[in-house]
Design a protein around this ligand. Structure first.
Ligand code: BGC
Length: 479
């Protein structure tokens, strides 16, 4: 519902109307996007492929709940590096976890590859010293590496491209595992990489461990993506391996790349500008419209544009130099605007004053709020298209989706808006009882990069013990 009032100056109302036209996505368009999305998922599995990578992960089963053992996990996230020791216990679906977080300095993300691997190895070494003391046998590690990577083997990850603002030379096109292992062996860190795991795969596996209805794992955070379980018979690009058609394979979709060719997504001039100014123009078209890294930036670009180029001319006479700084506003800034409970949007005024040194007037505050709503709503509705596309492709009439990420967890109304969009796309009847579950429910995931990555390591070791060596590059590593 629009929060602006009719008392706003006409030119501001016109701007709001224009933004609504740019950002609103009606049911018909949602359906069109979803159906094209489902086709593109299928295309990604074909021999020729499409723009969605649909990467096989060599995770070939869900956990049973009876996995046991002690594992290390490492998550190289955007802001933190998280190391965990996970003990999967005899008790069904139970585990103990010890964790440490290390800060990922901004410079590491655009610096030199060796420094990144050395820093990671140092963090692991520090963690092991603190919690393990002397180690006799190398500890198996599940490494959550949340970037598109080709995995011919579960202990391999050829980086297809950096996403989420990372830009480190000399890594794209290469297997990151030997680089990482070189840094470990230089320091004598007693760890062996058992599995390289995408965060969506971790979310899927960890959530399915606790809830057997979970069929899809999603991340709606700095980046955005999903994983689900496919039958090998539906993966033509793996046909040469002659796996039985009913063999399961978790697919890391990398759906952030959906519609890179610009066929269906209603991109605005602001989306195009984000893409052009990014380290990888032409990549991650869908992600750039929905993921946390970009939401604040879309908002910032609109505000600057309305100051500079339009009849409305917002923030007249004020110094907007702070607002001109690229990526100075994050999705938490947008979330705070949407969460402002005051009628006169006084919290938003304060936020603008403290963070940007700008004092918007009342009509401008209403335009700010409406803009945040439009960006947040579009992100949630487009995200739902991805979930609906997997469900349609797989014929899931009902299921649970395990979702994680800062946008999913913290962005106001994201869940409700996503659920509403799913209802529209999949033509669900209105609920009779508001407490009733939706046929497809997107629920908070279990800890994917901790317990999820440990479970993937456990499943891999079990597979080797069972003699299923498909997708294992270094079986000798696992003795
Ligand atoms: C990456 C994915 C990841 C997602 C969520 C995207 O930018 O390409 O691998 O799953 O972000 O973290």
């Amino acid at each position: 519902m629009a929060v602006y009032s009719r008392s706003a100056p006409k030119d501001l109302l016109d701007e709001i109307k224009h933004l609504e036209e740019l950002f609103a996505i009606d049911t018909t368009k949602l359906k069109e996007i979803t159906h094209h999305f489902a086709d593109e998922l299928t295309k990604g599995l074909s021999v020729h492929g499409g723009s969605i990578p649909m990467n096989p992960t060599w995770v070939m089963s869900k956990p049973t709940g009876h996995e046991t053992g002690e594992y290390l996990t490492l998550d190289m996230g955007g802001t933190n590096l998280r190391v965990c020791q996970v003990t999967l216990t005899e008790q069904k679906s139970e585990f103990d976890i010890i964790q440490s977080k290390f800060r990922m300095r901004e410079e590491l993300k655009t610096g030199v590859a060796e420094e990144l691997w050395e820093y990671i190895a140092d963090c692991l070494q520090q963690f092991i010293k603190t919690y393990h003391g002397d180690v006799t046998n190398k500890i198996p590690l599940g490494f959550t590496f949340s970037y598109p990577a080709t995995q011919n083997y579960i202990d391999e990850g050829i980086l297809q491209r950096w996403t989420k603002g990372f830009d480190i030379a000399g890594v794209e096109g290469h297997d990151v595992v030997p680089m990482f292992e070189a840094a470990l062996s230089q320091r004598g860190v007693p760890v062996k990489l058992t599995a390289l795991v995408n965060d969506t795969t971790g979310a899927l596996v960890a959530s399915a461990y606790a809830d057997p209805k979970v069929k899809i794992g999603c991340i709606f955070g700095t980046g955005c993506n999903a994983a689900y379980i496919e039958d090998c018979g539906s993966i033509p690009k793996l046909a040469h391996l002659n796996l039985a058609p009913d063999t399961h394979m978790v697919i890391n979709c990398e759906w952030g790349a959906f519609d890179n060719e610009g066929k269906v997504l209603p991109r605005t001039p602001y989306d195009i500008s984000i893409d052009k100014g990014s380290p990888r123009p032409g990549q991650q078209a869908f992600e750039k419209m929905v993921a946390g890294l970009y939401l604040g930036e879309i908002f910032r670009l609109i505000m600057v544009d309305l100051h500079d180029n339009h009849d409305a001319y917002i923030f007249a006479g004020q110094d907007i130099s702070e607002l001109r700084k690229p990526y100075s506003l994050d999705s938490a800034f947008l979330a705070a605007i949407e969460e402002d409970p005051s009628k006169n949007l006084s919290n938003t005024l304060e936020l603008f004053q403290t963070d940007l040194n700008i004092s918007p007037n009342a009509p401008e505050l209403r335009l700010i709020r409406r803009t945040a709503e439009l960006i947040g709503t579009r992100a949630a509705r487009l995200s739902a298209c991805g979930v609906a596309a997997i469900s349609i492709k797989k014929g899931y009439a009902t299921c649970h989706v395990g979702a994680d990420g800062s946008v999913f967890q913290k962005y106001p109304h994201f869940k409700a808006r996503g659920a509403q969009a799913l209802r529209e796309i999949l033509d669900w009847p209105e609920k009779e009882d508001p407490g009733e579950e939706d046929p497809i429910e997107i629920l908070p995931a279990e800890d994917g990069s901790g317990v999820g990555a440990a479970l993937v390591a456990a499943l891999t070791l079990q597979r080797i013990r069972d003699g299923n060596m498909h997708g294992i590059l270094h079986p000798e590593n696992f003795n």
